[in-house]
Ligand binder design. Structure first.
Ligand SMILES: [Fe+2]
Length: 387
């Protein structure tokens, strides 16, 4: 038996935000906690979204105690505010961090502390049993796709480790994909988050499991990103292209219910150890991770994998590619075109550090669904190529 999940309601298009308040009121809700980050409050986006929602008669309070890599305290103070304010729902506004905190407040508002007992790696999902308040997600970046996801990541106080919480009930009730909210993103964040979305699509597509529905989303997502990511960098106000990037990010995250692969396993230690933006980490690695994957697919003549790699080659070359071994070069050109300079050296990483990074990448769970096993030596070799 295979299980396929595509349940998130998406409101898509310029000014889609205006339709959120009526949809919330239709559910009988009146008062909601708006979880966002201080940066968005500073640029006025928090207040602007709040006033769009309050003009329809909703009561909205802003909670912005959210760190870029969210910590347990963000959740604890958020839960206190949620409980004491008599709210009947939560809105997440922002990138992955605000979404992670909002999702975690969502279940901790109706479950007993400590948070650590709900750690997914320890089977904590089974303890998430109570009905949770409704959650509405408004992404302001086109990358993580967290608005359609069922997990959150919080660094626990006691262990200092990034801990994953997972439950199907964490998926937002409605995600609002309104391109007007991503227009103000700085170019380097637009590029990095866009490459995160592309990597989600590419890695999910390559996962060797029978899921043609997710594969179709991943393929279409890659096409949309190749066509629209350069466009949004050339014309930041292009709402059509911004909208398609938002949609492609949601499609990538829907597709990676199949799993991810070695590139995400290598990206995670770069963020944890060197504080490199997650999307940028993927952008710096994908060319070399795919190169390694292509070489292996040719050696072992994995026909299914070769077929998928040809498909990716067609997408990034506009169907002009004659040999999949040219994919890395083309991808490198695309990444440079969107303003990212390849080379881990540029981020201060030296060859002496790749052994430790390789061990951490090997310990990361994402490569469990890579189309073939990847060893510590393999990870080290690919990091070295990416230097
Ligand atoms: Fe990612």
């Amino acid at each position: 038996m295979n299980q396929y999940n595509f349940p998130t309601v998406l409101f898509y298009g310029a000014d889609a935000l205006k339709d959120l308040a009526p949809a919330i009121q239709k559910r009988g809700l009146k008062s909601l906690l708006l979880v966002t980050d201080p940066g968005l409050v500073q640029i006025g986006l928090g207040d602007s979204v709040k006033s769009t929602l309050t003009s329809s008669g909703l009561n909205i309070e802003i909670f912005d105690n959210v760190h870029p890599n969210p910590i347990e305290e963000d959740v604890t103070t958020g839960v206190e505010m949620y409980k004491s304010g008599g709210f009947d729902g939560i809105i997440a506004l922002g990138g992955g961090s605000a979404m992670d905190v909002a999702k975690t407040i969502r279940f901790m508002a109706v479950h007993e502390p400590p948070l650590a007992q709900y750690d997914d790696a320890l089977g904590g999902d089974a303890k998430i049993v109570n009905p949770m308040p409704p959650l509405f997600a408004i992404p302001t970046t086109a990358g993580t796709g967290s608005e359609v996801g069922r997990s959150s990541v919080i660094t626990l106080k006691e262990t200092g480790r990034k801990t994953i919480f997972f439950h199907p009930g964490l998926m937002p009730d409605i995600a609002v994909l309104d391109p007007k909210l991503t227009v103000g993103l700085p170019p380097h964040i637009t590029a990095a988050t866009g490459m995160d979305a592309f990597t989600h699509c590419a890695e999910a597509y390559l996962v060797d499991s029978f899921h043609p529905m997710a594969d179709a989303l991943a393929v279409e997502g890659m096409k949309m990103i190749v066509a629209n990511l350069p466009k949004v960098l050339d014309e930041p106000g292009n709402l059509d292209a911004r909208g398609k990037m938002l949609l492609a990010a949601s499609m990538g995250a829907t597709a990676f219910q199949k799993g991810l692969g070695m590139i995400h396993s290598m990206a995670h230690p770069l963020s944890a150890e060197y504080n490199i933006h997650h999307g940028l980490a993927n952008a710096l690695l994908i060319k070399f991770g795919l190169e390694f994957t292509i070489e292996k697919a040719i050696i072992v003549q994995n026909q299914e994998l070769l077929y998928k790699l040809e498909k990716i080659g067609g997408i990034i070359s506009n169907n002009t590619l004659s040999d999949i071994r040219l994919i890395p070069k083309l991808l490198g050109t695309f990444i440079n075109r969107i303003g990212i300079i390849l080379g881990l050296n540029e981020q201060g990483i030296q060859i002496e550090q790749t052994s430790v990074l390789a061990t951490l990448a090997f310990e990361d769970s994402c490569h469990a669904t890579h189309p073939f096993p990847v060893s510590i030596e393999d990870f080290k070799a690919v990091y070295n190529r990416a230097l």
